[in-house]
Design a protein around this ligand. Structure first.
Ligand code: V47
Length: 383
């Protein structure tokens, strides 16, 4: 191991928290194998050789968006070719298909639609839960929650909005929309979107209400290494806040998202590399010591890299997915992006890990075809 990593290794082996200087040294190091081994040490301390996966479906209810984020290849303006908004019946249909496939989770997100009323979102949740009550609905990024509060003319009542969504069937919040918590990046690439303070305010409110949530970081575009580090430290502080205050909710997992240039306004940028992805995942594992899980979203990381990432601190792969419109793996731009539980298990076993199907709250799932039940144990994770 290179000498600059030795004090960090000492901290990792004695369970001490890493600081910004440590994170900077990790990013500066080219010793990717040493970084991987350190992340693997932490991952095995927390989860042994268990690797989680889930049987889920994603549902993007509309791509119409008031914003024009430069990294985004998904949004359309209302009357533009390709713009869509699904109905409540479409959402019900998604739930029916999820039931038939035995999915445990529906991940629902969309653009900031300028005209749909608040009732569209609560009706959608009710229709899904009515059709398939067992299904966990993980829905609406913090950005959407703030948008819903605005369209319902109560911009300062985030808790009230979340409570109404919860009453209609919301199960937890996904981690999207965080991008990179930095004002320069915000103003250059996603102006008009909420800033870090609001994103964190929504997640704090969710955690106070007992909703679990996730966190993302979108990397490999115009951000600097220091921007990445600040973002991770802000997430770690927010998790400390939830834990120290004894709030009933908290972050479950971090999902580092590599920028996919696609046809976005930043398509001239090269995007991250495979080694850059592995380093980022490993550093997330090492810095976010109060997060139980580090997850790859294979739609963005690819399943092949996700397999390797299991040795770089990752303990979870999302998911069977099925339909996904925000980024595309294949060059043909197809939104049908599906893998099977069998393929996920094979990927995990071949890498030398033990696959465990989980539900959204990281409880073990026992399955008999499309029928499934949660095995009642404490949520997995060692924090
Ligand atoms: O919010 C948009 C990002 C996010 C691009 O919580 C892009 O379990 C890369 O948050 N390249 C949506 N990323 C995905 C997301 C997610 C995925 C899987 C699981 C969970 C979870 C959350 O994708 C958006 C945005 O931050 N994004 N465009 C792009 N070109």
């Amino acid at each position: 191991m290179n000498v600059e990593l030795q004090p960090i290794a000492q901290k990792v082996h004695t369970g001490q928290r890493l600081d910004a200087a440590d994170a900077r040294a990790l990013f500066a190091s080219e010793d990717i194998w040493a970084i991987g081994r350190l992340a693997d040490t932490v991952r095995r301390r927390m989860h042994g050789d268990t690797t989680y996966y889930n049987v889920n479906r994603h549902f993007n209810y509309s791509n119409v968006c008031a914003l024009s984020c430069k990294f985004c290849d998904f949004y359309r303006k209302r009357n533009e070719a390709g713009a869509y908004e699904f109905s409540t019946d479409d959402a019900r249909d998604q739930a029916r298909r999820a039931r038939e496939a035995g999915a445990t989770e529906l991940h629902v997100v969309g653009g900031l639609h300028p005209y749909l009323p608040f009732s569209y979102y609560t009706d959608m949740l009710r229709a899904i839960k009515d059709e398939y009550p067992q299904l966990h609905v993980k829905a609406f990024t913090a950005v959407e929650v703030v948008h819903l509060a605005r369209i319902d003319k109560r911009p300062n009542d985030l808790e009230g909005v979340l409570r109404d969504l919860q009453d209609a069937g919301l199960g937890s919040l996904p981690g999207g929309g965080a991008e990179v918590f930095d004002d320069r990046c915000h103003d250059e690439a996603y102006k008009g979107k909420i800033r870090s303070d609001k994103w964190l305010e929504v997640h704090d409110a969710a955690h106070r209400l007992g909703l679990m949530s996730n966190a993302t970081i979108l990397y490999g575009h115009i951000e600097s290494v220091d921007d990445r580090i600040n973002h991770l430290l802000m997430l770690r502080d927010a998790q400390d806040r939830a834990i120290d205050n004894g709030w009933p909710g908290r972050f479950q997992t971090v999902i580092p998202l590599p920028f996919i240039p696609g046809e976005s306004a930043l398509k001239h940028l090269p995007g991250p590399t495979g080694l850059g992805d592995l380093k980022m995942l490993a550093i997330c594992r090492l810095v976010l010591d109060n997060f139980d899980h580090v997850k790859t979203f294979w739609i963005m990381q690819t399943l092949e890299l996700s397999q390797l990432a299991l040795q770089f601190g990752v303990d979870d792969i999302d998911g069977t997915v099925v339909w996904y419109d925000i980024t595309k793996v294949k060059r043909d731009g197809s939104t049908h992006q599906e893998t099977t539980a069998g393929e996920l298990r094979r990927t995990i076993v071949e890498a030398g890990f033990a696959p465990v199907e989980r539900d959204t709250l990281y409880r073990r799932v026992e399955r008999d075809g499309p029928a499934w039940r949660v095995v009642e144990t404490e949520p997995a994770g060692a924090v």
